[in-house]
Design a protein around this ligand. Structure first.
Ligand SMILES: Nc1nc2c([nH]c(=O)n2[C@H]2C[C@H](O)[C@@H](COP(=O)(O)OP(=O)(O)OP(=O)(O)O)O2)c(=O)[nH]1
Length: 136
C-alpha cells in the first residue's frame, strides 16, 4: 500500500474514511494498492487522481514502512507528494471529508492505527526545524 503525504503551506491533507465499517470515521492519507506493473510513484499519482481529483508529483519516502493490522502481510509506505502547479484543489471523491492539518493538530485526529505510527515522521515534515535529529 502506498500513502501520499500531500503537503501544502505547512499543512498535511488527511481524509476521513467512509467504509468499511471497521475503518469508517478514521482518518488516513490518500492512497491504496500498487497495481501490477505500476511503480509506487505512479500509484500515488493515480490514487490522488481517483480520490481527490487532483494531480500530484510523488517525491521521497516519509518514515519507515508500517505493517498493516491483520494478516494481509501488507505494509503502508508513504511518499511526500506535492500538487502540480495549477492543478485543481483536492475534493473528497471517495471519502467522507478532507481536512488540512497543521503539525500541532496532527495528534488530535482519530487516525487509523498504521498512520498513527507515522505521526512523528509526518510532524517532522511539517515542522522541518523541530526534528530531534536537527542539531540547529
Ligand atoms: N489508503 C490508505 N489506506 C490505509 C491507510 N492506513 C491504513 O491502515 N490503510 C489501510 C486501510 C485498508 O485496509 C487498506 C487499503 O485501503 P484502500 O481502500 O485505500 O485500498 P484499496 O486497495 O481498496 O484501493 P482502492 O482500490 O480502493 O483505491 O489500507 C492510509 O493512510 N491510506
Amino acid at each position: 500500500m502506498v500513502g501520499a503525504a500531500l503537503v501544502e503551506d505547512g499543512m498535511l491533507l488527511a481524509q476521513q474514511r467512509r467504509y468499511p465499517a471497521v475503518h469508517a470515521g478514521g482518518w488516513e492519507l490518500p492512497g491504496g494498492r500498487v497495481e501490477p506493473g505500476e511503480s509506487e510513484s505512479e500509484a500515488v499519482v493515480r490514487e490522488c487522481r481517483e480520490e481527490l481529483g487532483t494531480e500530484v508529483r510523488a517525491l521521497e519516502r516519509v518514515g519507515t514502512d508500517v505493517p498493516l493490522p491483520g494478516d494481509s502481510g501488507m505494509s503502508l509506505r508513504v511518499r511526500l507528494a506535492c500538487r502540480v502547479a495549477g492543478a485543481r484543489l483536492p475534493v473528497p471523491l471517495e471519502h467522507r471529508a478532507l481536512r488540512w492539518v497543521g503539525s500541532s493538530e496532527l495528534a488530535e485526529l482519530p487516525w487509523l492505527e498504521a498512520d498513527r505510527l507515522l505521526l512523528d515522521s509526518l510532524r517532522a515534515l511539517l515542522d522541518p526545524g523541530s526534528g530531534k535529529q536537527d542539531p540547529k
